[in-house]
Ligand binder design. Sequence first.
Ligand SMILES: [Zn+2]
Length: 720
Amino acid sequence: MTRHLRTKQLMLLLLTIVALASCKQKTEESIEAVEPMVDNILLKEWTGPYGGVPAFDKMKVEDVKPAMLQGMELNLKDIDVIANNPDAPTFENTIEEMERAGAELDRAFNYYGILSGNMSSPEFREIQSELAPLFSEFNSKITQNEKLFQRVKEVYDASQKTPLEADQQRVVELTYKGFEMNGAELDKAKKERYAAINKELSSLYTNFSNNVLHDEENYVTYLTKEQLAGLSEGFSKSAAQIAADKGQEGKYAITNTRSSIDPFLTYSTERELRMQVWTNYYSRGDNGDEYDNNKIIVDILKLRRERVELLGYKNFADWRLQNRMAKTPENAMNLMEAVWPAAISRVAEEVADMQAVADKKGDNITVEPWDYRFYSEKVRKVKYNLDSDEVKQYLQLDKLTDAMHYVAGRLFNYKFTPVPEGTVPVFNEDVKVWEVTDKDSGENIGLWYLDPYARQGKRSGAWATTYRSHSTFDGEKNVLASNNSNFVKPAPGEALLVSWDDATTFFHEFGHALHFFSSTVRYPTLNGGVRDYTEFQSQLLERWLSTDEVINQFLRHNKTGEPMPAELVAKIKKASTFNQGFSTTEYLASAIMDMKYHLADPTNIDVDKFERETLAELNMPKELPMRHRTPHFGHVFSGEGYATAYYGYMWADVLTADASEAFAEAPGGFYDEEMAAKLVKYLFAPRNSIDPAEAYRLFRGRDAKIEALMRDRGFPVTTE
Ligand SMILES: [Zn+2]
């Protein structure tokens, strides 16, 4: 599910409130007032063309720690100046100054992000773990700054009587909310308890993920040569290598991770082994030994409940969802429960199709969970006859890049021009940079950095991030955005061919970049994301990959130059709803369970029993498990990022399906000018400066409908 990570987002998560406090550039005054000399290159003001660019060519790992330490110190000084201002608190001297604070640290974090995400090293990881507790302390120093909070509160209270301009009002409310949600209003005793709970939770989260990691590393299934039937040569080779690395030369290792079990369960004809591999995987954290997570989960649920009760909330879900688009757990549950019946009835159809294939082959089995992937692959071959290698011949990375620029030109009126080599510093020669301008005015929007290839030390997957976000409150800032992928670098002169899935992800991440570029917000805080909303824009942009304009101009055979044939396009589109029963049900079971655990009374909860009984109430099909069973549901229990938030993927997907129907129905289809203008104006440009639900209503004239998602997944629509 996490096919991309946004470096900046991760850091902001880590620093929570600091996200509100650390931002842009200082005024001349405050520089003179508080700053000592800054020598470290990572902290320095950016110079050069395009409004200044990061000095990626000059960064060194040894500069990181001193830069971060000095950056935090400078940020805390900024905060002190704000907190101790003798003048009465105003929007300008408190909130706006907070938007301005910590510019040096913000700059240093851009280099930190590259060194951790794009070119990590053992040397850097050591610095990372030294810094982690210091970041946490730094964070507390701001969130628990009594004087600072009192000033924020005064501005907030005043704004409730005499509202500020709409966007300023929103910055004040988001800032205040951030403090309030994290216990700033509690009395001293409760604050201490609050901090103690957080400390305890953080070790429980670590123990939880370490236990899962233990079970992933220690339940390896070793195969002999005779047990490889059905598996591809490539897979077997890598399994042999893994076994050899583990000291089992001559055997083949199936490790207890998704990337290993998925292909094994899909292709292995050894049913007994499939059962064993499946059982190991879905028992992680649930083996009744010292690495069992059931007790830890109970402790986590209790502490979370106690913590939000200190703040006056009924349960964790109410607290968590108040500033999300869904707003309440009921709204999120309503969506999930509306889709659930169709998902499980599609499972019944899929199981019937699979059973028919098994019977026809004379396999003499009843479909069990360890058979699902195996027989669904057989059904896929019969029904769709789609050759992924044939598709690849039409997907060249260079042409896809051109296609994305073309789409951005049609929808956003942007022009992408490669910057002359050497004018903008990069951290690796493979990174390419384009200038983004408005097609008519020629005005500079920003720079787009693309780091396409895998390398040692680069994290897996694909992600988008910004080095500089748009804001206007201290003069207009242009945007520096980047896309990052892990394609294998081709030999010189050879085309880089990618899969349909990878092409889709490439468009997805570019959607995040366009969301950054199109921002029109005045204050940095308003660039922030709302978890169940920020994936929507990027998911939506994926839809332009299969438009006729893109197919005919850019999806051309790498040898013949012919555009992708209509029959092949039709096959791809038809296959898009295949196996939706399985994927929707396994996802939803986890998402519903996540919510139910946090709504239930944790006092005497028995995790194992709760999971079994809840699934029974839901009529969970016996042929498949939850995507993440409770004892290894890291999204929810190894941290707080996705706790009562796992539903967010589907929430964003409803918007995606509904918005893409609006385009499909428009006179000009996906390139309809009026629709494109509304897309930019309401869905992209405002970022978080208006409530996302309100923004969507402005775009569509109504709320998104679940029926669009049902149609998109090929489920029957009963109501309209
Ligand atoms: Zn994304």
